[in-house]
Write a protein that binds this ligand. Sequence first.
Ligand code: NAP
Length: 337
Amino acid sequence: MTSPDIENVVIVGSGPAGYTAALYTSRANLNPLVIEGFMWGGLLQQTTDVENYPGFPDGIEGPPLMQRFRDQAERFGTRFITDQATKIDLADEPGGVHSVWVDDEEHKTRTVILAMGAEHKKLAVPGEDELGGRGVSYCATCDAAFFKEKPTMIVGGGDSAMEEAIFLSKFASKVVIVHRREEFRASRIMLDRARSIDNIEWLTPYVPEEFVAGDGGSLDHARLRHASSDEQLDVPVAGVFIAIGHEPQSQLVTGLVDVDDEGYVITEGRSTRTRRPGVFAAGDLVDHTYRQAVTAAGSGTQAALDAEWYLRDTPEVATPPGMPDGDLAEAQWAEPA
Ligand code: NAP
């Protein structure tokens, strides 16, 4: 399908929210363009078993699940640019034309759906950046195989930390879970699974203070501090996996739409509307609370419908090519392109 001078919908981001928004807008004949980044598929690309996505009673791994999301959007004519969006200009007036840039390539569009998701949060301690790729990682699924029969550490007390620990325990000689409190945020089922594994050990309440390299330049040990007594403890480890939550990737739109203190994009009420007409936000970029693949997919659906309704109901928007007259439901049942 050729690219129009002005797109109907440009979707920035390619996790469950972005691809679901693409599925719905493509089925509505809006010919969406997804700027999906190099590492398309979002954080689920770094996950193993996904047991809580409805419709997969035996579970599915993250990467094939995201491939299915993408294939389904593509089937209805979604176009993809496998590159990063580098700049966004947003109009202020209803019906205004926005621009999304990929380096010096400008994509003009009537609506934008922001779905850039979230990234791994950092501890911000000495050694963390310096030892990235030499012992410090944020993704056990990606890197666990480098630590066969070696001592490792997980930092964090949520479901991600448990999931990472369970996966890593199949490779490493042992996994020490370090958490800053005695209580865990992780769900009971994940916590019980981790507790039942023999080579998982627990160190609480401790916080990492520094990651220290050995003579060869790779991680040698983690220096921890007891959260109440301040006592220091050096733990020899070959690999440490940091799983302390996520940060919204809103840098591209800082100052353009409203964001809260933590950088999550603020939307109006229960809608996905930002304060800019024709600009919508969905998924982990807006969601402090639930941050599940299925809730992100749901909010991608909402953003797609909000964008359709905006295109249909804003008199200042010239009738976009492909936008059918009449009932929205008709558009939803359109045959694939
Ligand atoms: P999370 O639930 O926010 O947990 C983050 C953990 O890191 C908390 O235990 C927190 O400690 C700790 N932490 C945060 N900042 C820290 C710091 N600076 N230093 C030390 N520790 C720090 O994040 P998540 O585990 O990534 O989970 C996010 C969401 O995804 C949750 O809703 C979760 O249920 C879901 N999830 C589900 C699954 C699954 O069901 N299979 C798997 C992964 C994630 P405090 O508790 O003290 O704040």
